[in-house]
Design a protein around this ligand. Sequence first.
Ligand SMILES: *Cc1c(COP(=O)(O)O)cnc(C)c1O
Length: 403
Amino acid sequence: MTDNKRKDFIEENELNLGLDTLAIRSGISRTHEGEHCEPIFTTSSYVFESAEQAAARFSGDEEGNVYSRYTNPTVRTFEDRIAALEGAEAAVATASGMSAILSTFLALLQAGDHVVCSRSVFGTTTMLFTKYLQKFGIGVSFVSLTDVSGWEQAINSKTKCLFLETPSNPLCEVADIAQLSELAHANDCLLIVDNCFCTPALQRPLDLGADIVVHSATKYLDGQGRCLGGVVVGGAEHMDQVLGFIRTCGPTLSPFNAWIFLKSLETLNLRMQAHSVNALEVAWWLNEQPQIEKVYYCGLPTHEGHTLAREQQKHFGGVLSFKVKGKREDAWSFINATRILSITANLGDAKTTIVHPATTTHGRLSDEEKQQAGISDNLIRVAVGLETAKDIIDDLDRGIHAL
Ligand SMILES: *Cc1c(COP(=O)(O)O)cnc(C)c1O
């Protein structure tokens, strides 16, 4: 990093900048070459001017880069920009969304601790708890996302944090972040929110009282399905602990991926608005089709999370699901009849994706768990992309005609 920060270093608080400006300009630090676009520092290590400087860098007496598992300027720019967007003191980038979640728990918890987690979190997050963290003595209780008394009852003297995603996947249930933060803090716990579905363009959990936000950058932060990454966001002290874990254990974000995310963030707000507008149009259309049993989208006034989503989010996001009238075969026929939509479990892409949760994303759940989570055989999830809304609707209409 150079001192040439003139207009490039933005005093965010001083100028009180808007979301789009932060997404485009925060975190930039130009080199002496004067490049306008953020450069990619593809280097694993850094050279020192002298043995003395090397010693000072290693001891921490002098700030600066040592090795890219510790710091990398492109990754740092991404971290600073995400921190600015989430309104946080600091952020730590990771190699994937899962490593963001893993690193947070391993940095902040120890054997004997307990976590209360929403039942409707990303499937791999559930597995992280049941298959791995429990093995190392970290207990977990799963509760309904929207039942506050359930959260309260599940907290015990060992509980250190509450973990949730809102809106949930795939039924778009909405949790009251402010209320659950109060509950967490009254019990000396942290509230950790996976903000992957909304991104800071639509929802800022830290403003509502949450302590830490985690992201799979793979989804909307990239927005074009190109690479994996993750990020943890929160107070400086917590982020120091997470950074310590990343430096030691190594799930570091690559500078190339960080650069992709930096470019993506420039259009984050525009994209999230457009995903939301398209999804709302698709949801209203599906809602009017007699062959559809029910549509799950918090943008519809009939959805039970609608009022809360209006208060807590700037828009309703791109993911919705619906039940066709019929069985699994009908859901599959619907999916197979589409010609534009991509049959893939990914989401947060400019390309609209369609998937059958019961046999893919939620396929590992037992029948009882599926029933509890509302994942029926006739349920289809669509992550609405940025194509022309009429074309998405026409494609879904092909699905309806196959029923
Ligand atoms: C995809 C996803 C993750 C995991 O992210 P990866 O980048 O695939 O590791 C975590 N949480 C949510 C909500 C996700 O959708």
